[in-house]
Design a protein around this ligand. Structure first.
Ligand code: FPP
Length: 248
């Protein structure tokens, strides 16, 4: 068990992204239907959003529903959409009171109307908040995000607004759903699997990756702090040598 007092509050990662995996297994381990795991997962979302805001994380990006998740059994998709709607309705006041600014990554237009309405409302109500940015990745896929960006850049080239040779990293970043935000410093994946699952494929290039066997519904503030402490003990080299980094 990590000693949470080891956390250095002067070195908190700016942007933390999380793949919230393990809800289904958490429920199955208890002989319960998978949606019950998602319901308990919402409690972890509430806890981690609060903890991130309090610890001074600037951006928290949560992978809540992927483009591939549409292929899950219809009842599970329905349950997830219902939980999302209830979360957005019930948490709006807490989110607002905590100065959190809500944003959505992904194909919002694929969400059911009633979810989109509460989501749009929550985004509008929190747009002027200047505390934690909470990115919810909903109907999100990293490849789809890059394809949409490429389509937009190609259209701008065709209109003569930019020249192909002007396309660089910054221009591509500016056409992604995360435009204007720095890349994640830390990716946390719960549930023990070691893969990216089509999450933030462009943005995670130099993120430190932390994988824990803890299933998402069991992941709480102290587990989050353990991940931050692990991050603080890494040396980020961005392609340089260890010597170059220590001497700079
Ligand atoms: C992955 O676990 C989790 C999801 C596909 C959904 C995550 C959703 C929530 C945490 C609740 C709703 C979110 C918000 C923001 C209110 P899994 O089902 O793949 O688990 P498994 O790998 O054990 O099967």
């Amino acid at each position: 068990m990590t000693d949470t007092t080891e956390l250095d509050l002067g070195n908190i990662p700016t942007n933390v992204a999380i793949i919230m995996d393990g809800n289904g297994r958490w429920a199955q381990n208890r002989g319960l239907p998978r949606p019950v795991g998602h319901k308990h997962g919402v409690e972890s979302v509430q806890d981690i959003v609060r903890a991130a805001a309090k610890l001074g994380v600037k951006i928290l990006t949560l992978y809540a529903f992927s483009t591939e998740n549409w292929n899950r059994p219809p009842l599970e998709v329905q349950a997830l959409m219902g939980l999302l709607k209830t979360f957005l309705q019930n948490e709006l006041k807490t989110i607002t009171d905590n100065n959190v600014c809500l944003k959505c990554l992904g194909q919002k237009e694929r969400l059911p109307n009633e979810v989109r309405q509460v989501l749009d409302n929550a985004i509008a109500q929190t747009a002027d908040n200047n505390g934690l940015i909470l990115n919810l990745a909903l109907s999100y896929g990293g490849r789809n995000e890059i394809v949409r960006a490429v389509q937009q850049i190609a259209a701008e080239c065709r209109q003569g607004l930019i020249k192909p040779e002007e396309i660089d990293d910054a221009l591509v970043s500016a056409h992604l759903d995360t435009a204007g935000q720095p890349d994640p410093d830390l990716l946390i994946r719960t549930g023990g699997e070691s893969r990216l699952s089509n999450f933030l494929l462009w943005q995670l290039s130099y993120a430190e990756i932390y994988i824990t066997d803890t299933l998402w519904p069991d992941f709480r503030k102290n587990d989050f702090i353990s991940a931050l402490i692990d991050f603080q003990n890494r040396q980020r080299r961005f392609g340089k040598t260890s010597k170059q980094v220590t001497e700079s």
